[in-house]
Each structure stands twice: as C-alpha cells, then as structure tokens.
Design a protein around this ligand. Structure first.
Ligand code: LMR
Length: 364
C-alpha cells in the first residue's frame, strides 16, 4: 500500500565499564562547569544525539525554560544537540565524569553500560500502543529500571517518547525476505543486533551523527528510526524506501549524575524535578504529532517511497521476530517482559469497565 498524506493521521491512531573517573565526579563537574560563571550559578550541560526540532530536542528546550524560570536563574541549562559534544559511546562516560550533567540517551543505549534489562524496550513488536508502553514506563517496571541505574552512579529523572520505528533502505521491504543481505545501521543493543540478524540482515552499530554519510556512501544500506529522526537527519535524501513497520519502539531516559543531583540544594532539586515533570508531559504530548508531521514532510519531499505493511505482512514480520524473545528473556528478565502483558490486561480491563455492557475493547 503506497502512502498518501491523508493517511498519516489514520496511521497514528493505529500504531499501536566505564573508565572510572580519576577524581570525584562531582568535584570534576564543579571545576569544569562553574568557571567563568557568576558565583552560585549552576550550569547543567544537557547533551543529546537528536536534532533540535525533534520531540526530544523541543522538550530539552522546554525543560531549559522551566528550570531557569523556576530557580530564578540560579540554574542555567546549556543544550548541546546532534551529538555535537559526545557521541553515543562517549556520552554516558562524560556524564559519570561530570563533563556534562544531563543526557537523554535512547533506551537502547543502556545495555552497553551493563544494564541489559533496558533492552526490554528493543524487543520487536512488544508494545501494541503508547498507552501500554506508558503504563510500563511509569509503573513498577520503569521504576525498577531506574533503581538499577543508581548502582552505575546515575539517576533517572524521566522517560521521554520518540515513537515507533520504521525500516528504511534503498530496497523496497514488504516481506521479511526483502531484508536478506542488507547492512542495517542499529544503535548499540544486542536485541537490535539479533532483530536484524533474524530478519536476514547484517547489523552495523553506529552513532546517529554518522548515519547520513554512511547511507550516502553505501557503507550501510539502511536503518531503523522513528520518522522524526529519519526526516531531521535528512535520511530521505539518501534512502529510496521507507516501510511503515512500527516494528519497535524508540524512547529515552533523561538521566543525571547521581552525586551531582543529590548534592544540589533540596529546594533547587525540587524545582528541577517539577520542571522535568512538566517538560515530560509536553514531550509525550508532541511526540506522535512530530512523527506524523515528519512523515508528511518525507512524502512531500518525494524522494522516498513510503510503504505501509498490510496487517498480513505485519503479522508475518512479527512471527519471524518471535525467536528474539526467547534469546533474550533471561537477560532482560521474564518479570519485565510479563509486565507488558500485565499492563495490556489492565488497560483492557479499564476500557471494558468504561464501556456499555456487552462490548469488549481490543486495546487498539
Ligand atoms: C539513534 O541513535 O538512532 C537514536 O537513539 C538517536 C536519538 O537520540 O533519538
């Protein structure tokens, strides 16, 4: 099915070791960040990999406004988008060393620091829709994942959305076998590696900032991302085909250096927490629309053919990817995987209770 602009909104309804720091990280943070700034002003360097006009980029700006306002200028937030300070493999180490204070890495990037449970979010087709996803993030599963970060010297402040991922390449991809032999860029995640292998493709880990030129030069044939990243990284200029597969999810954990955070004055930490909560509501509110708008722009650019998997094709992709669950259930934890089914059952129960008797919901 070829996609028209008018179909976009319909789609949106259906989408279901570090190197240890040589000195105390907090001291390093203070040394590096307060220099040249008015006494008492705290600088939060917020580094991230996406473009400013993505859901994450816009929410970072919103957080900056709210944080500076609510602390009467005692806190200044400096935002560094597009991985301009650090790439994927360096940024968490930079946070631990105190060279930056805040990051929002994709949930796929925590496996590389040994918190493999986060790869729950990479399991293909695990979240039928955002409502169930948010239940998991905001419930006991999300909290338990944040507790695991603590042992790494990190504090999780919020979960932010991007969206469901779509597959792109220079070859049309309708059937699973269409991916055979393609070299596909992935984020650093063992589950994503297995996903691409299971589809017959060769996974290639790479920072987002390098993907455009890798696609242009044919170092990779394709990749996967929500359309907001696909469009803002201009991948439509170098990818002939985009398949709306919604085969996986990409979201973020906003994290800070634990010691930096705990050493802040309590009233300042409260104000920043409140600002983060508001920025999170804003972020989740705009994420779907930003992805829909980006898809419209890709279609308007007319350089990439957009194809939507039919329900039958989607089921075939889902079936083909089931072995990935078996491979990773012990690494991720059965209890975490089960929490998604539990959240889905809760949502369904609530929807059924809210309906006139005799009508059942489908969770979609
Ligand atoms: C990617 O590397 O593809 C994404 O994690 C980038 C991002 O931060 O959205």
């Amino acid at each position: 099915m070829k996609l028209s602009t008018a179909m976009v909104f319909v789609l949106s309804l259906g989408v279901s070791g570090f190197a240890l720091a040589a000195e105390d990280p907090f001291d390093a943070a203070q040394d590096g960040l307060s220099a040249g700034h008015p006494e008492g002003e705290i600088i939060i360097k917020f580094s991230h990999a996406a473009a400013p006009d993505t859901p994450k980029g816009q929410a970072a700006e919103r957080f900056k406004q709210l944080a500076e306002q609510s602390t009467n200028g005692q806190v200044r937030v400096e935002i560094y988008p597009n991985g301009q300070l650090y790439n994927d493999s360096e940024e968490i180490e930079a946070l631990r060393n105190g060279a930056v204070q805040m990051l929002a890495p994709s949930l796929s990037k925590f496996g590389q620091i040994g918190v493999r449970e986060f790869e729950l979010f990479d399991l293909p087709y695990i979240f039928p829709n955002r409502e169930i996803l948010h239940r998991v993030m905001d419930g006991e599963a999300g909290k338990s994942l944040f507790r695991k970060l603590s042992a790494k010297g990190l504090t999780g402040l919020a979960y932010w959305d991007n969206g469901f991922k779509q597959m792109s390449s220079n070859r049309a991809m309708h059937k699973v076998t269409d991916l055979t032999g393609l070299t596909m860029r992935i984020q650093s995640s063992k589950v994503l590696e297995a996903q691409m292998r299971t589809l017959g493709a060769h996974p290639q880990t790479m920072a987002l900032s390098e993907v455009y030129s890798a696609m242009q030069q044919g170092i990779v044939d394709g990749g996967e991302n929500p359309v907001s990243n696909f469009y803002t990284q201009k991948m439509h200029e170098v990818q002939k085909h985009l398949t709306i597969s919604n085969h996986g999810y990409l979201g973020y954990a906003v994290i800070v250096n634990k010691k930096f955070w705990e050493d802040l004055p309590a009233d300042m930490r409260d104000a920043l927490t409140q600002s983060m909560n508001e920025a999170t509501l804003f972020e989740r509110d705009i994420a779907q629309k930003e992805n829909d708008d980006a898809l419209n722009k890709v279609i308007a650019a007319n350089t990439t053919e957009v194809y939507v998997l039919s329900p039958r094709e989607r089921t075939a992709w889902h079936q083909a990817l089931l072995p990935v669950y078996q491979e990773f259930e012990n690494v991720i934890g059965k209890y975490l995987i089960r929490s998604v089914g539990y959240a889905a059952a809760q949502v369904k129960k609530e929807q059924d209770a809210a309906r006139p008797k005799g009508k059942s919901s489908t969770n979609k």
